[in-house]
Design a binder for this molecule. Sequence first.
Ligand code: ADP
Ligand code: MG
Length: 256
Amino acid sequence: MGILNAQHLIKVFGHRLSLTKALNDFSLEVQAGEFVGIMGPSGAGKSTLLNVISTIDRPTSGMVTLLGQDLRKLKGKQLAQFRREKLGFIFQDFNLVDALTVKENIALPLSLNHQPPAQIKQRVQAVSQILGLQELLTYYPLELSVGQRQRIAAARALVTEPAILFADEPTGSLDSRAATDFLQHLQRINQGQISDTAHISTPTTIIMVTHDAFTASFCKRILFIKDGSLFAELIRSSDRQTFFDQIIDMQATIGG
Ligand code: ADP
Ligand code: MG
């Protein structure tokens, strides 16, 4: 059994007179160490799927097992703790605290968890090194570029050493150069690699929503969703450029 197993997910929004079926019998399984992309047209259900498999939202029916845990059985404080300790999240708009320094932003999940200061310092240093942020720790987010801010958000998501990183349109606010840099960092984190020579102990499983073919071409496997159902799946078998071309073709097939 994989790190994530979701079966027959249905998610309905709205009320009697205007119902939207955002997920329509969607199933997926993800193995530890994968870098999975979720693609599809606007309104296809990508964010809904990510939210439902990552504890942010609950399905109307169907079941999700994440890290061996049946999410239906997790509520309240237990759910919050599970999320804090095991999962990492990155969104398009960073959600950094502008009044805190970079270092304080990255440390936030640990300080909220009342971790010992020495351990916080060590973890912040390690993750800053992975994301190339060592020189920026005393700055405030608004003094930095959007690309740097997204790497700070990634550092904050990774500081707890989550087993899975969930990202929804993480390159949506970045220009192509910042996006490339950010995606190369994600790729290294997925591979458990800090630099060409240095390695971190555990590779991180990544599940990323994007509508952008270039961003998706960094994944190893892509699920295409349309009208809340699985439309197609692509597995990367060769170089990134070839995969990119395959993604573009699939986007044309799936249509707007
Ligand atoms: P995507 O991320 O692929 O653009 P979403 O998952 O955000 O799509 O949305 C899928 C469908 O569900 C859309 O029709 C959207 O309008 C609807 N939807 C999403 N969230 C809500 C909500 N909170 N309330 C009502 N409808 C929603
Ligand atoms: Mg979305």
